[in-house]
Design a protein around this ligand. Sequence first.
Ligand SMILES: CC(=O)SCCNC(=O)CCNC(=O)[C@H](O)C(C)(C)COP(=O)(O)OP(=O)(O)OC[C@H]1O[C@@H](n2cnc3c(N)ncnc32)[C@H](O)[C@@H]1OP(=O)(O)O
Ligand SMILES: N[C@@H](CCO)C(=O)O
Length: 330
Amino acid sequence: MTAPDDTPERCQAGERPRLRVARLFRTAPLLLDCGLPVSDVRLAYHTYGQPQETATLVLHALTGTSAVHEWWPDFLGAGKPLDPARDYVICANVLGGCAGSSGPADLPTLGGQDAPLTLRDLARAGRALLEQLGVKRVRIVGGSMGGMLAYAWLLECPDLVEKAVIIGAPARHSPWAIGLNTAARSAIRAAPGGEGLKVARQIAMLSYRSPESFAATQTGQRAPGVPAITSYLHHQGEKLQARFCERTYVALTGAMDAFQPSDAELRTIRTPVLAVGISSDQLYPAAEVQASAALLPHARYIELNSIHGHDAFLMDAGDLPEQVSGFLTA
Ligand SMILES: CC(=O)SCCNC(=O)CCNC(=O)[C@H](O)C(C)(C)COP(=O)(O)OP(=O)(O)OC[C@H]1O[C@@H](n2cnc3c(N)ncnc32)[C@H](O)[C@@H]1OP(=O)(O)O
Ligand SMILES: N[C@@H](CCO)C(=O)O
């Protein structure tokens, strides 16, 4: 990742993507849903393509970053759904994140605990970034947490959003999803300082793939006496612990679990939506994604067929890029 800067937007053709940091809410604070005001919020972001008043906003997943070129090469590039030659693409690390934006340690506390964040808080912070960049309308594309956050944008900023693509995400967490996050947070609280975060990632990885995926990729032993899946999960835990913050993990999973819009609220969304379920998703079963979309008056539902579970949108996207392109450019 390149060093951040806060110089004004100046995209040159062929320029390498660069992390920038916006300073927001310096004159008037952001009022969090918990009641706390927050001033001088940082949002780290990348842009791709020339500035335009209508942009495509990418909303990243739980442990994602604003560097779309690093984690979504199937979607970003010439002839792809996010084409910098045609589109002004923006992705910001969310409020509460740990990839350059103001995280829990930078925010005020409530009763001695990290301030609880809501997905609507994250959307309001994102809106301020768009205003600073001169963007007046957005098409939104989000997967996983980014897809749930897209629902928050649709409810919080209906005037801004032209279209939304929601991939592998329901409108609200099921008891199953909340239960998985509860176990992950319990691990973090039981072993703060990194060990708990590793266990949280191991639990989460089991929900991000599928039995068939692991049968195909992790059968047998990696080292004598060590099942491949065991060393795989240890490796994934180590990798996340090296790049992520446990307070962010607690804050963002809490925000997702608490986001519970009613059916009536969802029926008020007038924006056209393309909702994508993933056939083997263990975390957010395709039927659940479809049921959320069915509440929206202008949603179309499609399914990505993959054995690789929830993470398929990142690693086995099939013809999804073409489908998303078709929706965004129609
Ligand atoms: C590319 C980036 O910078 S991502 C950083 C930002 N993160 C995001 O945006 C979040 C979204 N991205 C992700 O969640 C992930 O990167 C994904 C889902 C796209 C891909 O996950 P990956 O971990 O790269 O893929 P996969 O599950 O195939 O695992 C491969 C890794 O496990 C290792 N591995 C595979 N099997 C085993 C095993 N049995 N035992 C030990 N290690 C194993 C591989 O050597 C490889 O290690 P490396 O990443 O250190 O090179
Ligand atoms: N694997 C992705 C998706 C999680 O929802 C991530 O780590 O963010």
